[in-house]
Design a protein around this ligand. Structure first.
Ligand code: ZN
Length: 190
């Protein structure tokens, strides 16, 4: 089932999300709905706050990038990179900072370069509540960092310089007012 995606300006996107346990009601169904929602909006990551739940859950499916020539070298790894992260905790970020042009399903039509470190070490539970500690890099680390920010109440636009923030401010206000056209289901704060 496709759920409406909360737009910039919604208070839930600013809340620090809470941990859940394996008895969280209808967790399997929720995860399934999140994948339907993400795929329906052509996203490669989606965090629970984006569908209105302040819980520490996000999903990632970077397989669509496997066909992108920019990722030719890691196409095989990306093809199968579909994951659920529950109660994730980034333990370490390391390596060189690199810029990537990020976007967000909650902030349609805004894309900006964001600098982040290249490598992360993260602890999380999967959809079966099996605990993992993994190290990720390249675009996989990037998407995880972006989604992880969501469960901390942070949006990619928070990382922009003061000048860039000024430039996108008007666009963000328009989104908060529902004054933007999107081809997927969204819920605006006003
Ligand atoms: Zn996002």
């Amino acid at each position: 089932m496709i759920l409406p995606i909360r737009a910039f300006g919604d208070a839930v996107l600013r809340r620090k999300a809470q941990e859940i346990d394996k008895d969280y009601p209808e967790l399997k169904k929720l995860i399934e709905n999140m994948f339907d929602t993400m795929n329906g909006a052509n996203g490669i990551g989606l965090a629970a706050p984006q569908i209105g739940l302040d819980i520490r859950l996000f999903i990632i499916d970077v397989s669509p990038l496997a066909d992108d020539e920019d990722y030719e070298d890691i196409a095989d790894e990306l093809k199968d990179f579909k994951k659920v992260f529950i109660n994730a905790k980034i333990l370490e970020e390391s390596g060189e900072e690199w810029k990537f042009n990020e976007g967000c399903l909650s902030i349609p039509e805004v894309r900006e370069d964001v600098k982040r470190k290249s490598t992360i070490k993260i602890e999380y539970y999967d959809e079966n509540f099996v605990k993992h500690t993994d190290t990720f890099q390249d675009i996989r680390a990037r998407v995880i960092q972006h989604e992880y920010d969501h469960i901390e109440g942070i949006l990619f636009t928070d990382h922009l310089s003061a000048l860039k923030k000024k430039i996108v401010k008007g666009k963000l206000q328009k989104i908060a007012n529902g004054d933007v056209s999107v081809n997927y289901k969204m819920r605006f704060p006003k």
